[in-house]
Structures are given as structure tokens and as C-alpha cells.
Design a protein around this ligand. Structure first.
Ligand SMILES: Nc1ncnc2c1ncn2[C@@H]1O[C@H](COP(=O)(O)OP(=O)(O)O)[C@@H](O)[C@H]1O
Ligand SMILES: [Mg+2]
Length: 1034
């Protein structure tokens, strides 16, 4: 599982973090479980199957439970322990259902970056660890899908982190919503309205260095595509008294310090200001003008820049700062005993100049009371106190009006004029509940506002819960909780509430004072359990109350308000009147009534929307990181009604889910519901829970939801799911891989078929072309063939050309290889008969020529001898044809084999040829092997060392051979010479060679027959016949 993700949230145990993400898995996680990168940090990889649910539960406990609804006990102690556990690990957000409890960490946490925003975008609420982004994202997506309006109520006491939370949400929308250049401009304006409003509306208080001193409700408008297209701000009751008075340790509004510290020298000169905050009465009453946590110079730059973004031109900006400066100048105006502002008249001049009014009138206004009596105006001088009073009232009025003007200008710049329907998400960041040592009229308003919002919260949450049980037909036992309606009524009830009495007192003729007001209150509220005064209190309480005080027991604690302070505040009431049309006869509205009705309007606005809640808790009073002040937090948990809310959420049933959602998640746990349940989701859930073995008291089936009584039942189911999930993931993975592979295969197959088809098409087209061409050629050929004998036409000339070419090509392959081959010449077509004959002759001549050229002198001599042999024997002797192929040699007996004796004799004679022969005796024809040697002049018959006979060619009458196949040669010798032995009969195996050689020496011609008889027989033999002739059988 998400093994390394610990790195993301910096937990010491990777295990723990895995669980944070691991225990509420969804389809998205199934994907993740297939070893994708970690959902929070792309650097780390998921290792599936390393955690089981048991481990997960332990690890989950280590960082507490991320949804209080799943706490086993609903005690305050368990609640606080869980909160503390998580806070100690910097896990500042925890859910109570869809409500977020946020504890101010008083330190920068790295959980608001872009990566985190991306992580939470479009993810279901419970899929990731609690985060303000999860709430923002879910509100946004619900708005888009249901196309309705929402608001996020951020509540908590001063310094609990409300403003920060609202800024984080705004930033989230700025990043996560679709963006275009146009939308970005709107987005920038919305974002930049913040520093401007904070500069003019926030101040350092004892509770918070950047405390919002006005209430703010901001609507972000979205079109149907979810683009943030515009915004609108409603502001509530700016704490104007701060302009003229700050408690010890507090400051005036930031803008004054920013201007004096950061304004350019030129600007200060123009405005007549000095760069020294200590110089101004209005900035130094709290004696902490310079605070280390605030950098006024930097903030000044931010504000200047922001003003540009929200389209403030230079003139307006100058006017704006002119007013701020004029207030500072007013603050420094002193009055002398006759209440003339004579000492600092130059200040008066500066103020009037900056405010664009007549200095004389300003001075008169501040120092004289104007009484109108029957059309006459009487001016009576003020006392010093009154003059100071008038000065401060003016300063507050100017600042207050300017603030309203500023909000209007910002609204103008963020306004979207497109009339198409839009949905909104409202962000309510209103001042938190406040208790100071001295609590003024404004604190009264602020705390009243908080009472109203608490009332709204109670109504909405309880109502929603009750509606749900009712709608689902589930029995419902009301949870006991403190309903602060009683306090709201105490303040706002018509004719009986504090505001009504204040109104009456302010407007009643006669001498109304603060004390008469208090008396009236005591009269009316005498026995109200949440109202105490000095007079009404018991002994103990009385000690803690001044005579001019009244105390309200608010839902969040007791607050003592000082009516004497109201005296100084009466001017606010008056000032408010002064803004009314002087001619109007209508009874003017007091500030309190105005505030009451604006709160009523706000309630109406909010009631028409779907609510999301962020409950901010302050971790400690000293603004220190890492400090978890248990008592302080317990108090907040108590008055914010968190325990009640939790109990209501869990009343009877800790968990509920829509049938289809429940079935979708857990259906793998039951074979009957996996992978698909075909029937009604409710029936499927019933089958599923039966299979899981839920006992009847553990769950209830509503109309659309299943309600599970104990968290442990859900845990058990979740555990089972966790176990089966890995197996499931593998199966899904396998299926998916199979599906992908199949798809891929199909794609490839289709592609192959396509290519095949194309290729076949190409081939077929080629084939077709070839065939068409062939048909044409064949047609032509046939036509050419048919007209081959006719006059020349294109067809037949082509045909004939083809015939010629084809014949010549074939002829080329089949040419006779030898001169002797007279038969293989290819029969020519008619048109080529003549040519063929020429070619044939040429070819034979060529072959002959080649042959002749290739003959060596030896071969030539050989051939000549063969030719001679031919001329002698061809057709004369039967064995001649066989001898043709046998080549003649120069001699048959090498010199070394010739009997040496004869050699010496014969050496003088030129040796022509020698051959072994068998000589037959003349008498008896006895065969005797002899060597026959031919010389130029004679033939010698030699026997070993002896020349047996010499036959001179001159004495040779003739030579006989038979016409048969024998080898007998007869030398006919003239017998005139008695020394001569007569005819020589021999057998020689090389008859033709011998005789041819001899014929070269002497001329031999065919002559008559000799006394040798030749016959054919079965066996060749030679013997003397009866007639005395030599009988040769061959
Ligand atoms: N989420 C947070 N992370 C870090 N610091 C915070 C956070 N929320 C509040 N703070 C600190 O607490 C101070 C007071 O918060 P702020 O939102 O102005 O309180 P509130 O509006 O409830 O009076 C801030 O200036 C800031 O220093
Ligand atoms: Mg605030």
C-alpha cells in the first residue's frame, strides 16, 4: 500500500500514513493499488498487500480518528484526546461528518501547496485525510452537479483562524477552477480584494494580530461550467470606534500604519504627514504602534499593488489616501478652552483640503452646535468634551463611509454583468466571539452576530438531521442540546429585546441617559436567566459587576457590557442619524436595529443555500505553535456545540450511506452482489448485510439509505473489504490487462486485415492489368499468326518480329556444339529459312575456324597422319573406324627400351619409328616377338641384341593387310637378292599407326593380294594353311 507516503505528511510512521489514505478506499484507490504512484506524492510507489485492516486500525489510532463520528465514545474527554493527538502531529483538521473542526496551529504548515490542491481536486470527501480543500472541493462539485447555491460558514472566536480558512478556500478555487485570461482577471480581483479589505478592516487586537474588525460575506459566482465568473461582498458593521480609540495593546486599522510607514516621501508630503506613527494621537492609544509580527512597509506595497489589480485609478487612490490622512490629522486637532481649534488650525486646513470641504464650515461643525428653531439657525459653542466628541464622530463617520465605499468599488470591479444563471458559493467570515476587559457596544453587536450564527447552525444541522430521519422513516430520539434561541430573543425580540429598548431610549423624548436605559433593561429583563446587572445579581456576582454594567450569559460565555461606554458610543447612533435624509419624517433606524435587520437578511441569504461548516478552534491564548490549551479548547468545543453536533450525527446511527453507494463499495464481499446486482439497490444491500451477518439491531434500512448503528460494524465491514480488495485489485488488474490485450490484439488484427485487403487489392489490380495486357498481346499474336503470310501489317509484323526474336533466342540456346553435329540445327520458321541457312553456315564456319585456331602443331601433325591413314584405310579395312579415335604416337618403344645393341648399330641411321611386333616364321609361321624399327631407308627387325632382318624400302615390293579386323601385315620383299629372306609376316597392334608412319617415309598404295589368306572366325588366330599360305582368322 502507500508505504512511502509518510514522507508527504511528515509522519514518523509510514504505516500510519498509509492508513490515513488506506482505510477508505474507493475505485480510485483500486487503481492506485495496482502499483501506481502514491496519490499524494508522485515520487513514491504503492506496494500492495502490505497492510491488513488490523494494522490499519492501529496505525489510524496513532494519528487519532479522522472523523469524530467514528469515535467509539462520544465523551468530551475522548473528543479532546483525539483532537490533541492529531494536533500534536500537525493534523489540524478533523471531521464530524462533513463538518470540519480546525485547530489554529499558529505556524505555517506545508499543507496548502499546489500539490495538495491537485490531490484534493475531484476526490470524494472521505477518500483523503481531512482538509479544508476537501470541503471546498465537495461544495464546488455538489454545486456543479446539483446546480444549487452553497455557503461555507466559518465560525470560531477571534483568532481561531476563520479569516485564514476563508483565504485558503478562495485560493483553492483560484487554482482549481478552470482558467482563461478573462477568468484569471476576475480571480485576481477576488484574491486581491482581500489585502485591501484587510488593510482597511483588520487591526491588531489582544486576541489576534490580524483581527477582522468587520463581518464579511463573500459570494463567489460560478457559471454552469464551473468557471468563477464574478464575486460580491457584503460587509457588516465595521468597528469604527477603533479609529478614535484603541485599548491597551491594540492598534488602529492597519492602513494608517502602512501609509505612514510605507508611503513614498512625496505622497506623505502631499498629504501633510510625517513618517512617525508616534506623532498621531489616533495611532498611539494602544501603545503598540509597532508590532514585530507585522511588516507595515511590505503590506503597504501589497495593498498598492492590490488596488491596481482591482482597477483603482490614481485619482481614486489619492482620494482614498487623502481621507486616511485627513482622519490622522483630525485626530491631532486639539481644542482650547473656548473649544476653538486654534492651536492646530493648519491641521484643520489640511483636513478640509484633503476632504475637499470648506475649512470654515469644518471648524464650525466641530466647535458649534447648530440648533434650528423655526427656520432660524442658532450656533452655540461646544464644550471641549463635545468638540472632541464631534471630531471623533466625524473621523469615525468618514472612515466608516469610506470603508463602505471601498467595498462597493470592489464589488463593482468583481461584478459579472452576464445575465445567465449562476450558482454561488458564499464564504462567511464574520468576526468571532469576543470578550475583552471592557466590552463596548460593538462587542455587543459582534457577540450578538455570533449568537445568530450559532442559532442558524443549530437550526440547520438539527433540522437537516431530523428531516433525514423523517424522510427515511427512521425512529428518531431528539438529542439534548443548548438552544441559544433564548439569548437571541433576549437581544432581538420586538418590543422586549435589548435592541428594541435601546431604540426606544434613544428616540424617546426627554432626558434619556445610559442609566435610564439600564433601568429600563432591568425592568424588562428582570428575571431572564441570561441577563444580569449589578442590581439583579446575587451577592457573589455583584462583586464582579459595576453599577453601569449589564452582563449577558452568551452561548460562548459571559460578557459584561458597560453602558457607560455606550454614552460615548451614542455618537455612533447620532452619526448614523446624520447620514439620513434630514428632511425625512420617517423615524430613523439605530445602528443596532440596522445591524439586526442586516443579520436577518444574512440569515435569509444563508437559509436559501446549502451549508458547509468549518468550526475554528483557538489552540491557546498566547498565539504559540504546538500549545494545546485543553481548558480553552474544551470551552470552545462546548459552546460551539460540537459535542451536540456529534451526538446528533450519531444519534442512534453512527453511519449512513445511500443504498447504491453502500452497495457499490461493499458488493465484492458477497457472491450474490458481485460483480453486479441486477435488482433494486435496497434489496442488494439487504442481501449483502445478511451475508455479512449484521444483526437486526445493528442496522436499519431507511427509504434510500442504510443506517449503521455502531462504528465497529462499519469497521468490520471495512476490514473485510480491505482484505478482499487486494484480491479484487488483482482480478480487476488481470481483467483489465486482458481487456487491454484483447483490444490491442483486435486492433492489430484489424490493421493486418486492412493491410492484407489493401495489398490484395493492389495485387488484384496488377493481375487484372496483366491479364488485360496478356489478352491484348495474345489477340495480337493470334491475329499476327493468322495473317503472317499476308502483306505486312502492324499485327503480323509484330508477330513476325516476335517469331524471329523467339527463334533466334531459342537458336542461341540450342546451337550445335561441335562441327560434327549436323543434326541439331533448330528448324527455322518460314520467314527465317534463308537467314537460318546463312546463320548455320556462319556458325559452322565459326566453329571450324575456332577449331582450326585451337589446333596445336602436334595435333596438326597427328591429324595429317590421321588423314594419311584415312586415305589409305578408309573403307579398306574393317578395324579402321575403331582406330580413328586412338591417337598416333611418335614411337611405341622409347629409346631406352630399344635393344641397346641395335641402337649402336642404328645410331648412325635416323630413327623414325619403333613398334613391338610378332613376326611369323616363313616356315611354319611360328610367332616370334620382335621390335620393328623404321629408319629413313629401311625397316629393321630386331631380336634382343641382334638385327634379324633389314628390309630396305627399295627392296620392298609391297605391303599387304587384310580388309578385316586383324593386325597382320605382310611386307613383300623382292627376292632377287638371295640374302633376303623373303616376305615378312608380322602382327602389329598398332597396325594403322605403323603403316601410316611408314607411308610417310615411303609411298604406299593399295596393291594386289598376297599369299596370306584371311578369314573370319570365332577366335582370331594365325596359322599356316594347307595351301601353304598364312591363314589369318579374325
Ligand atoms: N491554518 C493556519 N495555519 C497557520 N496559521 C494560522 C492558520 N489559521 C490561523 N493561523 C494564525 O492565526 C492567526 C489568526 O487567524 P485569523 O484567521 O485571522 O483568525 P480569525 O479570523 O478567526 O480571527 C493568523 O494570523 C495566523 O497567524
Ligand atoms: Mg478574522
Amino acid at each position: 500500500m502507500l508505504l512511502k507516503c509518510a514522507a508527504v505528511l511528515g509522519s514518523p510512521s509510514p504505516f500510519a500514513q498509509c492508513v490515513v489514505f488506506g482505510w477508505c478506499l474507493s475505485s480510485r484507490e483500486l487503481w492506485a493499488a495496482s502499483q501506481g504512484p502514491c496519490v499524494l506524492c508522485s515520487d513514491h510507489y504503492l506496494l500492495s498487500g502490505q497492510l491488513d485492516m488490523e494494522g490499519a486500525l492501529t496505525a489510524r489510532d496513532r494519528v487519532g480518528i479522522q472523523d469524530f463520528v467514528l469515535l467509539d465514545e462520544t465523551t468530551e474527554a475522548a473528543f479532546l484526546t483525539n483532537l490533541k493527538k492529531r494536533f500534536s502531529k500537525d493534523l489540524i483538521y478533523t471531521y464530524v461528518g462533513t463538518l470540519i473542526v480546525s485547530v489554529n496551529p499558529y505556524k505555517e504548515l506545508d499543507i496548502y501547496n499546489k500539490k495538495q490542491m491537485d490531490t484534493y481536486m475531484g476526490v470524494n470527501f472521505f477518500e483523503l485525510p481531512p482538509h479544508i480543500y476537501a470541503l471546498a472541493d465537495n461544495a464546488y462539485h455538489t454545486m456543479l452537479t446539483e446546480f444549487n447555491n452553497h455557503f461555507i460558514l466559518i465560525s470560531g472566536e477571534s483568532g481561531a483562524g476563520k479569516t485564514e480558512a476563508s483565504k485558503k478556500i478562495l485560493q483553492y478555487y483560484a487554482v482549481s477552477c478552470p482558467s482563461t485570461t478573462l477568468l484569471n482577471t476576475v480571480r485576481d480581483k477576488m484574491l486581491m480584494s482581500n489585502p485591501v479589505l484587510e488593510a482597511f478592516g483588520n487591526a491588531k487586537t489582544l486576541k489576534n494580530d490580524n483581527s477582522s474588525r468587520f463581518g464579511k460575506y463573500m459570494d463567489i459566482q460560478f457559471n454552469s461550467e464551473g468557471d468563477a465568473v464574478g464575486g460580491h461582498i457584503l460587509n457588516y458593521l465595521l468597528e469604527k470606534s477603533r479609529v478614535v480609540h484603541q485599548n491597551h495593546g491594540e492598534r488602529n486599522f492597519h492602513i494608517f500604519y502602512q501609509l505612514v510607514e510605507g508611503g513614498a516621501d512625496d505622497l506623505l508630503r502631499q498629504l501633510g504627514l510625517e513618517r512617525d506613527v508616534q506623532h498621531y494621537n489616533y495611532l498611539t492609544q494602544g501603545e503598540c504602534a509597532i508590532v514585530s509580527s507585522i511588516n507595515d512597509r511590505n503590506d503597504w506595497k501589497t495593498v498598492k499593488n492590490a488596488l491596481q489589480v482591482i482597477n483603482f485609478d490614481e485619482i481614486n487612490t489619492n482620494h482614498l489616501f487623502g481621507i486616511v490622512a485627513s482622519v490622522l490629522h483630525l485626530g491631532n486637532i486639539q481644542f482650547d478652552s473656548d473649544s476653538k481649534a486654534s492651536i492646530y488650525t493648519h491641521l484643520m486646513l489640511f483636513s478640509s483640503q484633503l476632504l475637499g470641504v470648506d475649512a470654515q464650515s469644518l471648524q464650525e461643525g466641530l466647535t458649534f452646535r447648530k440648533i434650528e428653531a423655526r427656520k432660524d439657525q442658532v450656533l452655540t459653542p461646544f464644550t471641549i468634551d463635545h468638540a472632541i466628541y464631534a471630531r471623533d464622530a466625524l473621523a469615525k463617520a468618514i472612515y466608516g463611509q469610506t470603508f463602505t465605499w471601498l467595498v462597493n468599488r470592489i464589488n463593482e470591479s468583481m461584478e459579472n454583468k452576464d445575465p445567465s444563471r449562476k450558482t454561488v458559493i458564499g464564504l462567511l467570515d464574520i468576526y468571532g466571539f469576543e470578550v475583552f476587559y471592557v466590552n463596548s457596544f460593538e462587542q455587543f453587536c459582534i457577540n450578538y452576530c455570533n449568537e445568530k450564527l450559532q442559532q442558524l447552525f443549530i437550526q440547520l444541522t438539527l433540522k437537516a438531521e431530523q428531516d433525514e430521519y423523517e424522510a427515511e422513516n427512521i425512529e428518531w430520539e431528539p438529542v439534548q442540546f443548548f438552544n441559544n434561541k433564548i439569548i437571541c430573543d433576549l437581544v432581538e425580540e420586538k418590543h422586549r429585546g435589548i435592541i428594541s429598548i435601546l431604540d426606544e431610549e434613544c428616540l424617546r423624548p426627554g432626558d434619556a441617559t445610559d442609566l435610564t436605559f439600564l433601568e429600563r433593561l432591568e425592568d424588562k429583563m428582570g428575571n431572564h436567566p441570561h441577563f444580569v446587572t449589578h442590581k439583579l445579581a446575587d451577592k457573589m456576582t455583584r462583586k464582579t459587576l459595576e453599577r453601569g454594567d449589564f452582563r449577558l450569559l452568551h452561548y460562548a460565555g459571559e460578557v459584561t457590557y458597560c453602558v457607560l461606554m455606550c454614552q460615548s458610543k451614542n455618537a455612533i447612533v447620532k452619526e448614523c442619524f446624520s447620514t439620513m435624509d434630514p428632511d425625512s419624517r420617517k423615524r430613523p433606524e439605530t445602528v443596532a436595529t440596522h445591524f439586526k435587520s442586516s443579520l436577518l437578511k444574512l440569515t435569509e441569504i444563508l437559509m436559501a443555500k446549502e451549508a458547509w461548516y468549518i468550526r475554528c478552534l483557538k489552540s491557546n491564548e498566547s498565539k504559540q505553535p504546538g500549545q494545546f490549551d485543553e481548558a480553552l479548547i474544551r470551552h470552545q468545543v462546548k459552546y460551539l456545540g460540537l459535542m451536540e453536533h456529534l451526538r446528533v450525527r450519531r444519534a442512534g446511527f453512527a453511519y449512513r450511506r445511500k443504498f447504491d453507494v453502500f452497495l457499490k463499495r461493499y458488493k465484492p464481499l458477497c457472491p450474490a452482489t458481485w460483480p453486479h446486482w441486477r435488482g433494486e439497490p435496497a434489496d442488494g444491500v439487504e442481501v449483502l448485510v445478511q451475508h455479512l451477518g449484521y444483526l437486526p439491531h445493528e442496522y436499519k434500512m431507511g427509504r434510500t439509505k442504510i443506517f449503521i448503528r455502531h462504528p465497529r460494524t462499519l469497521y468490520a465491514t471495512e476490514d473485510a473489504y480491505e482484505k478482499c480488495k487486494h484480491e479484487l485489485a488483482t482480478r480487476l488488474q488481470a481483467k483489465y490487462k486482458g481487456y487491454r490485450a484483447k483490444g490491442e490484439f483486435k486492433k492489430q488484427k484489424e490493421a493486418a486485415t486492412k493491410i492484407e485487403t489493401c495489398w490484395r487489392g493492389v495485387q488484384a489490380r496488377k493481375e487484372k492489368e496483366k491479364r488485360a495486357w496478356a489478352v491484348k498481346v495474345i489477340k495480337k499474336f493470334i491475329k499476327g499468326y493468322m495473317t503472317r503470310g499476308q502483306a505486312k501489317t502492324t499485327d503480323n509484323s509484330e508477330y513476325l518480329a516476335f517469331v524471329r526474336q523467339s527463334y533466334l533466342n531459342r537458336l542461341k540456346e540450342k546451337l550445335p556444339k561441335t562441327v560434327l553435329d549436323k543434326t541439331t540445327w533448330l528448324t527455322p520458321p518460314v520467314v527465317l529459312q534463308e537467314t537460318s541457312e546463312i546463320l548455320r553456315k556462319l556458325h559452322y564456319r565459326l566453329m571450324v575456324r575456332k577449331y582450326v585456331r585451337g589446333i596445336t602443331p602436334q595435333k596438326k601433325a597427328q591429324l595429317q597422319l590421321k588423314a594419311t591413314a584415312s586415305s589409305i584405310f578408309k573403307g579398306q579395312k574393317d578395324s579402321y573406324p575403331q582406330s580413328v579415335a586412338q591417337p598416333f604416337v611418335d614411337t611405341r618403344i622409347s629409346k631406352c627400351h630399344i635393344y641397346s645393341c641395335s641402337l649402336t648399330v642404328l645410331c648412325s641411321v635416323f630413327l623414325q619409328y619403333s613398334v613391338p611386333v610378332i613376326k611369323y616364321d616363313r616356315n611354319g609361321f611360328k610367332p616370334r616377338p620382335r621390335q620393328l624399327i623404321l629408319t629413313q631407308t629401311a625397316a629393321y627387325v630386331i631380336e634382343e641384341a641382334k638385327i634379324k632382318q633389314r628390309v630396305l624400302y627399295t627392296s620392298l615390293k609391297g605391303i599387304s593387310v587384310s580388309n578385316l579386323t586383324d593386325d597382320i601385315i605382310v611386307f613383300h620383299i623382292t627376292c632377287e637378292d638371295p640374302k633376303q629372306k623373303g616376305d615378312l609376316v608380322m602382327q602389329c597392334n598398332h597396325l594403322f599407326e605403323f603403316l601410316t608412319k611408314l607411308s610417310v617415309i615411303i609411298e604406299i598404295q593399295a596393291g594386289k593380294e598376297s599369299a596370306v589368306d584371311f578369314t573370319t572366325g570365332q577366335e582370331p588366330m594365325v596359322y599356316k594353311a594347307k595351301n601353304g599360305h598364312l591363314m589369318v582368322v579374325s
